[in-house]
Write a protein that binds this ligand. Structure first.
Ligand code: DGL
Length: 265
């Protein structure tokens, strides 16, 4: 069982930020990644639709023999995680608790901005989880629906992306934000651009590293950590595009990656 792969899914490229963190912390784990590129973005869809997509994604990963699953999508974690955990008999972890841990790791933070898809912001999942642990925090929510599509397009530092970031972030800056929580797994790919737009003094946090840590703790507690000498990385997409393979190779600093197309049912 231990040598079986981990399953990780997202609507598109965003979950690769979690893959990178998992590969860094758990280098002996094999990974099966599913990007639901035919149906991205998830952020604009209804909670019912997201739950349906997430369930199909989990069933596909189970068919690949995975031993545990990471929902590397905030929108799917916000709307579907508890149902997935109820309906499937396998460890399934999401990215919201890890994101909250990352934000609260610095006890001096007072004003936390959250940027995410419309679906994640509408769920208020982060706001609730943060307020539960730090009722004194000022929490500033901002949906940023254009950002995930811009990242899917690989427009990382395009003038249109810079303009969109300035528009989304100005209201948070006006209210004195000291920490910005990147509550969408696509956004860490924008970190260099974000840093240049925000300048120094604002702490940027995302859930990728803390998610990998949660996963490590969880797998260790179940005695499920792998010791594969040659771990594999398999990439499945619901719609193929070359851009994705190139972005994955560059971002994961890996050799050629070949995606396979999959039809979900
Ligand atoms: N990466 C996803 C998230 O974390 C969603 C982007 C999208 O599909 O809208 O929310």
């Amino acid at each position: 069982m231990n040598s079986q792969p981990l399953g990780i899914f997202d609507s598109g490229v965003g979950g690769l930020t979690v893959v990178k963190a998992v590969q860094g912390l758990l280098p002996h784990e094999s990974i099966v990644y599913l990007g639901d590129t035919a149906r991205v973005p998830y952020g604009s869809k209804s909670p019912e639709t997201i739950r349906h997509f997430a369930d199909q994604n989990v069933r596909f990963l189970l068919s690949k023999g995975v031993k545990a699953i990471v929902v590397a999508c905030n929108t799917a974690s916000a709307h579907a995680l508890s149902d997935l955990q109820k309906n499937h008999n396998i460890p399934i972890i999401g990215v919201i608790e890890p994101g909250v841990d990352a934000a609260l790791a610095e006890p001096s933070c007072q004003r936390v901005g959250i940027i995410a898809t419309r679906g994640t912001i509408r769920s208020h999942a982060y706001q609730h989880a943060l307020a539960l642990r730090r009722p004194d925090l000022l929490i500033l929510e901002q949906s940023a629906p254009l950002l995930a599509p811009l990242v899917e397009e690989n427009w990382i530092d395009h003038p249109a992306t810079i303009e969109a970031l300035k528009t989304y972030l100005q209201p948070l800056l006006d209210r004195g934000m000291d920490t910005l929580l990147l509550a969408c797994t696509h956004y860490p790919l924008l970190i260099p651009t974000l840093q240049s737009v925000l300048g120094p003094g604002i702490r940027l946090v995302d859930s990728a590293t803390t998610c990998a840590q949660h996963l490590q703790t969880h797998l260790a507690s179940l005695d499920l950590l792998a010791e594969n000498a040659s771990p594999t990385f398999d990439l499945f997409l619901t719609d193929l595009h070359e851009q994705f393979e190139l972005l994955a190779q560059r971002f994961l600093a890996s050799g050629p990656i070949k995606a396979a197309r999959v039809e979900l049912s």
